[in-house]
Design a protein around this ligand. Structure first.
Ligand SMILES: C[S@@+](CC[C@H](N)C(=O)[O-])C[C@H]1O[C@@H](n2cnc3c(N)ncnc32)[C@H](O)[C@@H]1O
Length: 279
């Protein structure tokens, strides 16, 4: 991918620049990160945030078409968090997921929805077969030079490609402080996450004309859920158990000072990029 996928912090996208990505080992390191979720699929499924109804309203608004009855391919479907929501909105969804552990968890959670093994760079789908291609927190793991033409190939004329990420609401003081701590501990720039979620990064070729929407939302979860959520991000998964455990233990103390009742309010801004194809 052109822009290095990221390390991530408390929430979203694993999109902050990875210093290692400028080194010769960048591609192997990136591949390790892209597959790091597989060993933590149950943790991921149980603790990662979902996506708000307003996101799917925005998709319907921008495509001008209800999700009900739409043929949707959800790529990088993981454990099926977005797939389940698309299905609940009445879409006919097929999921695509490269990872063993994530696909196995998907099948346990959503036994009635098909999941095909594959990547966004080489979609296992036929030409002009779907109305909508979605990537929830997954586009940054693709190579856009391959994933853009592949999305265009499988979309029918007048279809749409929707990419979205839950990003941290860094204007919330406790979240900004946690992001700073994460950045210092892991040597990453968490605030770059949002800067990297834009149309130029998503499609350096400029073939797609993205519209951007943001949807703010929050959830209140026990501190242990929050810690397990952040611990399921790739930067934590590849950092080594000791380094991650020491960070999470210190983080627990910080969080219990900010939230003495043990319930954390996570605040997200979902960034949606949606491009329609010529009819
Ligand atoms: C952060 S998870 C997102 C999962 C799910 N879409 C969600 O919203 O929870 C990223 C997913 O992208 C998958 N992935 C990694 N490389 C990929 C690629 N080249 N194309 C598509 N998906 C990929 C990973 O296996 C993982 O399941």
């Amino acid at each position: 991918m052109t822009t290095p996928p990221s390390a991530h912090h408390p929430t979203g996208a694993d999109l902050t620049p990875d210093p290692a990505a400028t080194q010769p080992t960048a591609e192997p390191a990136r591949a390790v990160r892209a597959h790091s979720f597989n060993a933590a699929a149950a943790q991921y499924a149980a603790n990662r945030p979902s996506y708000p109804p307003a996101l799917f309203d925005a998709i319907e608004d921008l495509t001008g078409r209800p999700l009900t009855g739409s043929r949707v391919a959800d790529i990088g479907a993981g454990t099926g968090i977005a797939t389940a929501l698309l299905h609940a909105r009445g879409a006919n969804v097929v999921a695509v997921e490269p990872g063993d552990g994530m696909a196995a968890q998907f099948r346990r959670t959503l036994p009635g929805i098909p999941v095909i093994r594959g990547t966004g760079d080489d979609l296992p789908l036929t030409d002009a077969s779907v109305d909508l291609v979605t990537y929830a927190q997954a586009w940054h793991w693709t190579d856009p030079a391959r994933a853009v033409p592949e999305a265009l190939r499988v979309l029918r004329p007048g279809g749409a490609l929707a990419l979205w990420w839950n990003t941290d609401a860094l204007d919330v003081p406790w979240i900004a402080e946690a992001a700073d701590r994460t950045g210092r501990h892991f040597g990453i720039d968490v605030s770059a996450e949002k800067r990297n979620v834009d149309h130029r990064t998503a499609d350096p070729s400029g073939r797609l004309d993205f519209t951007r929407r943001t949807v703010r939302w929050s959830r209140r979860v026990p501190v242990d859920t929050h810690l397990a959520n952040i611990g399921s991000h790739s930067v934590f998964l590849v950092a080594g158990a000791e380094r991650t455990a020491s960070f999470l233990a210190a983080e627990r103390e910080h969080l219990l000072r900010a939230f003495p009742d043990g319930v954390v309010e996570e605040v997200y801004e979902v960034v949606l990029l949606l491009a329609t194809t010529p009819a």
